[in-house]
Design a protein around this ligand. Structure first.
Ligand SMILES: [Mg+2]
Length: 228
């Protein structure tokens, strides 16, 4: 009998790419054009959260009822603004990511997936912009879940669905750039790889006690060794 598959669940923002602030700018533009909010608040935390959770808090702050038609309007406006904001800002694929994804994808004992707070269509737009969409065709997303832990559960269920077999949680890996990624990885029993290429510092991530911590993935061999 062959060993079970490794399942590698990647966060997007701050882990695979940075958008140069395009995601946040598109959120704010959606409030402006969809809800006439001239000055969206900077008081709502964004990093490591879900789009649905961020939006609920933005709605609350600005006195917008948290109803499904408002969420749908927000979602449409956000997706309308995101490509424009992406093209106007200098985002980038983060160091070592393409080489790491190429090596992992070439293996028949590794399944690549997403575990992101982005809404599904937003994740797709961001990855296509940087030509990373070819590595991913399933995951957990932030369209419905307020809490990232529920996104992790969705991603794990999607992996089980893909493999048609129960997943060995000892071989599930969550790769992310915030304490929220570490927390949701732990909640599903996964191993966690943290990388300080996003908004959280190396020290902040160290305090969350991940299984592996890197300043970035420019030393591809060092991180790839986790799966060899
Ligand atoms: Mg992130």
């Amino acid at each position: 009998m062959t060993d079970p598959m490794h399942v590698c669940l990647f966060d997007i923002d701050g882990t695979l790419i940075h958008t140069g602030g395009a995601g946040k700018a598109a959120l704010f533009e959606a409030l402006r054009t969809g809800f006439d909010i001239a000055q969206p608040t900077d008081q709502v935390a964004i990093h490591g959260r879900t789009d649905r959770g961020i939006t609920r808090d933005l709605f609350r702050h600005h006195g917008i009822a948290d109803r499904s038609e408002h969420w749908e309007r927000f979602r449409e406006e956000y997706l309308r603004h995101l490509p424009d904001q992406m093209s106007r800002r200098s985002g980038a694929v983060l160091p070592g990511i393409v080489a790491l994804l190429e090596r992992l994808q070439s293996r028949d004992d590794v399944l690549l997936g997403l575990l992101t707070g982005n809404m599904r269509a937003g994740a797709s737009l961001k990855l296509k912009h940087f030509e990373l969409d070819r590595y991913f065709d399933f995951g957990g997303f932030g369209d419905e879940h307020l809490d990232r832990i529920d996104v992790a559960r969705e991603a794990l269920a999607a992996a089980q669905n893909r493999l048609q077999n129960p997943v060995d949680v000892d071989r599930v890996w969550v790769i992310g750039d915030t304490p929220g990624d570490v927390r949701c990885g732990r909640a599903i029993g996964a191993k966690v790889v943290a990388v300080a290429t996003g908004d959280s510092t190396h020290e902040q991530l160290l305090a969350t006690n991940p299984d592996h911590l890197a300043h970035d993935f420019s030393d591809v061999e060092a991180v790839y060794a986790l799966w060899s």
